[in-house]
Design a protein around this ligand. Sequence first.
Ligand code: NDP
Length: 296
Amino acid sequence: MPEIIDGKKVADEVFAECRRDLADLASRGITPGLAVVLVGDDPASQVYVGSKVRRCRELGMASFKHELPATATQRELLDLVAWLNAHDEVDGILVQSPPPPHIDEAEVVRAIDPAKDVDGFHPVNVARLALEDPSGFVPCTPLGVQRLLMASGVETRGAHAVVLGRSMIVGKPMALLLMSKGRGGDATVTVAHSRTRDLAAVTRSADILVAAIGRPEFVTADMVKEGAVVIDVGINRLPAPGTKTGTRLVGDVDYAAVAPRCRAITPVPGGVGPMTIAMLMANTLKAARLRRGLKP
Ligand code: NDP
């Protein structure tokens, strides 16, 4: 039977570290704060923003929720970001994705002060990750995956890791983390995407397979090597008549078919999902420390 990697348990360990860190900061008179900006009324985004704000409160961190209507202009959003950049109580700024189509998201990300960019999407932080500069902010989902691998005792050093997906949010930073020097890195990394030839042969060669493509149950048993570690980043909602929400969550991996072949695997939900918000909290505390010249 494979080990089922418990994301909730590891996320709780991260939250416990955050609480200790918050107590230390409180003893110095510092209350870190996260500002979350939501433009429009996308229901999934509202749920994500709500859980981020709730988690801040639970931990005793300040949170500032800014909701703009779907009709908000690029200028209004940039002005809000500039205001948050200038506000000292705000350590982290996050603009929930996706914004409405008329918003130039890349320009908004570039407007965020890199020292407050706790999502790690600003070009300065992308460069810092590539340069292995520890003062940068790493996107929360791949950072959470790396933490899950380390907490589960998965040896990345020398392993062949295949990252399925090349987005700036998950795939690319994931590949950079896995190939970086040191613990949780030192892997030999292959990045696969929609133009990859003979994809199944590539994924079958993985000791560690990270699936982040946004296609429900795409990774089937024949695409996975016996004894591999499989990390499923995907969050896909499929219709499920007869349930309370009418939908069910599935990952990018056909869990039932793939799990029996694996050494370890993450479930959906309860795998990578809880880690993303945990690493967001950790990144906000890191920002609070770095901005005050303290060691993270
Ligand atoms: P994107 O849509 O930005 O990227 C998807 C990537 O998968 C692209 O690189 C694309 O290739 C590749 N891809 C798509 N279809 C195929 C295919 N048939 N074969 C091979 N490669 C393919 O998605 P994200 O990276 O933002 O998200 C990926 C998944 O992770 C989604 O399910 C998302 O919901 C989930 N997610 C989960 C998070 C969490 O907290 N657990 C956080 C963020 C995302 P190409 O570049 O060639 O188009």
